[in-house]
Design a protein around this ligand. Structure first.
Ligand code: FES
Length: 120
């Protein structure tokens, strides 16, 4: 069993099965979390990873800047260690940026785009 601590919910801790997506396993335990597609594509369920590690290979919603800022996609992410996260829209403070005022650098694009740029 793995522990998930919700930093912005009074540090409440949940025991979860690390083989199941975090969104599913927390919702089963009564945590109210926003979600949309449930396949890692829409970004609605994004949360901020404060500590620990997750496997979120299946996500396609985040660009590299958002990943470097600590965002994880709860509907596909599975914890690899005990983790502490910040959930809900209040964790989205640096998720969206104005692309005209603060454009992404090539290395901050989504991984597949960044790769194809490197290949040029
Ligand atoms: S619900 Fe759409 S990315 Fe998680």
């Amino acid at each position: 069993m793995t522990l998930i601590t919700l930093e912005n919910r009074g540090g409440k801790t949940f025991e979860v099965n690390s083989k199941r997506p975090i969104l599913e396993t927390l919702r089963d335990q009564g945590v109210d979390l926003p979600f949309g597609c449930k396949y890692g594509g829409c970004i609605t369920c994004a949360a901020k990873l404060i500590s620990g590690k997750v496997d979120q290979k299946r996500q396609v919603a985040l660009n590299n800047r958002q990943i470097n800022d600590g965002y994880i996609i709860l509907c596909v992410a599975r914890p690899l260690t005990d983790i502490t996260i910040k959930i809900g829209v209040e964790s989205h403070d640096s998720l969206y940026r104005n692309p005209f005022l603060d454009p992404l650098e090539p290395h901050e694009l989504k991984a597949d785009i960044a790769r194809s740029k490197e290949d040029e």
